[in-house]
Design a protein around this ligand. Sequence first.
Ligand code: FES
Length: 279
Amino acid sequence: MSNPGDGAAATGQKQEQGQAAAQGQTQAQPPSGPHIQVTKSGPYQVTGHIPLDEQIIHQVHLHNEFMPGREIPQADVYSLCRCGGSHNAPFCDGTHMRNHFEGTETADMRPFADRIADTAVGHTMTLLDDDRCAYVRFCHREPGDVWQLTENDNNPENRHEAIVGVSQCVAGRLVEVDKDGNPIEKPYQPEIVILQDQPESVSGPIWVKGPIPMTSAEGKEYEVRNRMALCRCGRSDDKPFCDATHVRTEFRDSSVKAEYEQPRERPVGFAAKSEAGAA
Ligand code: FES
């Protein structure tokens, strides 16, 4: 498995394969369709020709929007850095082996429906919340946050804004359902998006869009979701998912490091917003 324009990752993977063979492990053949394999304290191995893009989160008035980032080379298969140390971000360059990355998956693997921690009940829909937050803040809209908007969804503008905000919750923390329990959102086409967070001056997680199966390093299947955010800073306590630690640790990947190496003023009120639980 190789990355566009970088032989170092392939070298690192060959070393890992050699180690696996030496330990008597067999390398499973990846599925033919879109798929993400989390490797043991290594990268995400992506197969099935999934489009790879970069998007930049930027702020417009009181809400965030996405704008296109740099063009990233496309490939049938590629490995995405999970340790945060690659010099060829977003791709793996084998750094995880040199920095002894500890990537044990700690996330609760139960389906979303079994992990719901909170709900907001409106007149026409209900907001389900599992509290798995990547802090991309699309839940804050101009007229209010999506919890308030859902509770006041008898106003059509509130209902529309809540649905838009929730469908852009990259972590899949938030799901709007109708009164029959059906999700109110369009399925995304399979795509992987590398996020950069301009207002926070940090690099963000990997946004997995659309129904892409993902297998743990132990060979267990995660629930297939329409939205997931994967950690690529290496510091999440909820691996493989992002838990917003990249903001606190000011993670900047190698593609933006120089750009952000200026003294930075954290936006006033960040702590308060974070405690409020932005999605
Ligand atoms: S990228 Fe968000 S916690 Fe690592």
